[in-house]
Design a protein around this ligand. Structure first.
Ligand SMILES: [Zn+2]
Length: 590
């Protein structure tokens, strides 16, 4: 968290310097301005990385991701949850270290231990591994291309991708909302003759184990894909992220058809833009637009003793600058119409790629919104910083006091139950504090307002939340999560506050708060300001008072009833908003 703040100004400086220096190519200016802003805010999520969990390698990864504008890296190499003689498992150690050194920057997928494959109770034991991984915070399960190609049972037979002994594993992942990232097969060229005429020769000669062209040893490419398809069909409740552009980037028609058929299938882009980028960009763009909800930004960025940028070989180790270039090529391909430029992983082959110039709404889905929905059970709780005010001010309802400009914004834009992102209703939330008051502002775009007419401006209407409102649930003590206050304001100015000590609700409680609302019909947005006496919220004996670094549990919500928006800042993944275990944090700053 802190590292990213330090690097922020550097990022800006680099952008400017880069724009100066490369005026002839002016790539930075041609990137999508909104996407550049998302990168400045570190909103991107890379769904496919492999990071060695040591302090040095994590720090190197974070430095590179900060400059690239990626906030969260999903480390698919979390390791197994097998523990020897009571010691923490590899998974536990890796996750613990990354969470401690760089909280919120990495999610970890677990890997399966096949050691007991030949035991009759393997399936039960494997399900127990998944449950243990879930308990330890695994965001998903990653399966490497070893199924069907490398893993063998004690009689020497390859373990098939669709072996029935694995069915309970896929099943349990679905029940626990753990997506499965699965790699099967490899580039088609790895099944073609092993010689210099193979178009992937540069890569293959450095990785002879990646050649699968001997039919006496390996199944055909299409059989591996067919086996995976059978698994996907058998487990409709499990989401399968088929990595490397659905494991078959050579055949866009096949990928399109698979995505059409299987709603529980997604595809990541990891290390395959060089392949899909050499195809007709109009055709690729059309596929991306059609399946914009099912594609995920991912790179196969790897940090071990050396960096790997999509793939690697025996050449000199890539530098951090080359890593920036690697990410920049991704932006260039997604965001521009540039034709025939060098791709990001030269070892994969000697050809060029052409950009697909995606529109903004699709870019944000692929860069982060699809991942936020997919990972809504495991992304870390969000945090809103409230900056300090030396002087109180009167509310206008318009969020036009200069102090609002100086405090950071956060976005309330996910369906509370599913985590689905509603970009069209994305609502800004900001907070400020003084010695006596907490100020909270909402800026909410709308299409049609649905409110009580006439509003009840005298008393309080129980049921206000059945029409359009913005809401805040705010506690003070993390250990007393079931004790919090609720505040609701409607576009009419009608409002409601109450105190909760679950399961009890006290509607007679009154905070003595001030509120103001402004509806701008032309802009299609309504704004709200709340000014809440701090003593009303911190009313328990010994409740922590605001001060720099203090965090209070909080969640924000919005009912946008005409668009069926039942939105939460931190999705509760439940029909009720009253899930304090899913609250995020309000952090008081200087
Ligand atoms: Zn990978």
């Amino acid at each position: 968290m802190h590292a990213s703040w330090l690097v922020w100004p550097l990022f800006g400086a680099l952008m400017l310097q880069g724009a100066d220096r490369f005026e002839s190519s002016n790539l930075l200016e041609r990137l999508h301005p909104r996407a550049s802003a998302w990168r400045a805010e570190h909103r991107l999520i890379d769904l496919h990385q492999h990071i060695d969990s040591t302090p040095e390698h994590l720090a190197r990864a974070v430095a590179i991701l900060d400059l690239a504008g990626i906030g969260v890296g999903v480390n698919l190499s979390g390791g197994t949850v097998t523990s020897d003689s009571g010691k923490p498992s590899v998974f536990q150690q890796r996750k613990e270290l990354a969470d401690r050194l760089f909280p919120g920057r990495f999610l970890h997928y677990m890997n399966l231990d096949y050691g007991a494959w030949d035991h009759p109770d393997f399936a039960d034991q494997a399900v127990a591994q998944i449950e243990e991984g879930h308990r330890l915070g695994a965001a998903g399960l990653k399966e490497f291309k070893r199924l069907g190609l490398y893993l063998r049972d004690q009689s020497g037979e390859l373990i098939a991708i669709d072996d029935a002994r694995l069915d309970p594993v896929w099943q349990r992942c679905g029940e626990l909302s753990m997506p499965v990232s699965i790699h099967v097969a490899d580039p088609v060229a790895f099944w073609l003759p092993y010689n210099q005429r193979n178009e992937r020769w540069t890569e293959l000669k450095d990785h002879p184990k990646w050649w699968f062209g001997d039919p006496k040893v390996f199944p055909p490419h299409e059989e591996l894909l067919a086996a995976l398809e059978r698994v996907i069909v058998r487990h409709p409740g499990t989401t399968f992220v088929c990595v490397h552009f659905a494991n078959n980037p050579e055949d866009l028609d096949w990928v399109e058809d698979q995505l059409d058929r299987h709603p529980n299938m997604m595809a990541d882009l990891a290390a395959r833009i060089p392949e899909i980028g050499r195809k007709n960009p109009e055709r690729v763009r059309e596929l991306f637009l059609k399946h914009q909800d099912r594609l995920l930004f991912a790179t196969d960025f790897q940090v071990y003793d050396r960096l790997t940028l999509g793939s690697g070989g025996s050449g000199p180790p890539p530098t951090n600058d080359q890593a920036q270039d690697f990410f920049m090529k991704h932006w260039q391909w997604m965001e521009t119409q540039d034709r025939d430029f060098e791709h990001m992983t030269p070892i994969q082959g000697d050809w060029t790629i052409s950009g697909i110039d995606l529109p903004e709404n699709v870019l944000r889905k692929i860069y982060f919104d699809n991942a936020r929905e997919l990972l809504s059970a495991s992304l870390p709780p969000r945090l809103l910083q409230a900056h300090h005010l030396s002087e109180d001010f009167d509310l206008s309802g318009r969020l036009d006091h200069p102090a609002w400009e100086r405090t950071p914004v956060t976005w309330l834009d996910q369906q509370s139950l599913s985590g689905e992102v509603r970009a069209e209703a994305a609502t800004q939330v900001k907070a400020l504090w003084s010695e006596h008051y907490l100020y909270v502002g909402f800026r909410a775009p709308f299409e049609t307002l649905h409110v009580y007419d006439p509003p009840n401006m005298e008393g309080e209407r129980i049921g206000l939340w059945e029409r359009d409102v913005v809401e805040m649930f705010l506690g003070t003590e993390p250990e007393q999560a079931h004790r919090y206050k609720e505040f609701q304001v409607a576009p009419t100015g009608e409002r409601l506050d109450l105190a909760l000590e679950l399961p009890h609700r006290d509607f007679s409680w009154y905070s003595g708060w001030l509120t103001a609302v402004h509806v701008d019909e032309t802009k299609g947005q309504w704004t709200t300001e709340m000014k809440i006496p701090i003593t009303a919220v911190a009313d328990a004996p010994g409740a922590p008072r605001p001060g720099p670094g203090i965090r209070w549990p909080v969640n924000f919500y919005r009912m946008d009833t005409s668009r069926k928006g039942f939105m939460a800042w931190n999705p509760t993944r439940h029909g009720s908003f009253h899930r304090p275990e899913r609250f995020g944090w309000l952090e008081f700053r200087e």
